[in-house]
Design a protein around this ligand. Structure first.
Ligand SMILES: [Zn+2]
Length: 149
């Protein structure tokens, strides 16, 4: 039995985006390019933000020796900023690892017949922009309330 998909606004937005990406990128080649572009844009932006923050706020070691002039009231804010920098460093390290893994995925090329199969399946999986409505309808149709007694 398939589980009911969650219908909260965040999930509905995800379903719509998910289906749109399938509809607009219905081949293996297009999915490869899409994922690569998404990864690289993420890396570019997050990497640049980290650079700027490190320039402005110093690295983690600097936080351990705060300037004597620093008011105690700034301590919480500084901690939060150092935590954010550490988090971004982790994210960038993970993105780097993901890129190394994706390299292998993107080496693959398939025959046209296989790309055609991708297109067919994309049409089945994400047939039209009303997919969110269809999900809602499916949910209503499959609801089988347990009546007490
Ligand atoms: Zn949800």
């Amino acid at each position: 039995m398939p589980e009911e998909p969650c219908q909260c606004p965040d999930c509905q937005r995800f379903y719509r985006e998910h289906d749109r990406l399938i509809r607009e990128n219905p081949t293996l080649r297009q999915q490869q390019e899409l994922s690569w572009a998404a990864l690289q844009s993420f890396r570019t932006l997050a990497g640049r933000a980290l650079e700027e923050l490190q320039k402005t706020h110093g690295d983690t070691d600097a936080a351990l020796a705060p300037a004597a002039a620093g008011a105690p009231a700034d301590a919480g804010e500084t901690d939060a900023m150092q935590q954010a920098i550490a988090d971004l460093e982790n994210i960038n390290a993970h993105l780097f690892s993901i890129e190394a893994l994706m390299d292998r995925i993107f080496d693959v090329r398939v025959p046209d017949a296989v790309e055609q199969k991708f297109r067919e399946l994309a049409g089945e999986l994400a047939p039209d922009p009303l997919n969110a409505d269809r999900l809602r309808l499916n949910r209503l149709l499959h609801q089988t309330p347990d009546l007490p007694g």
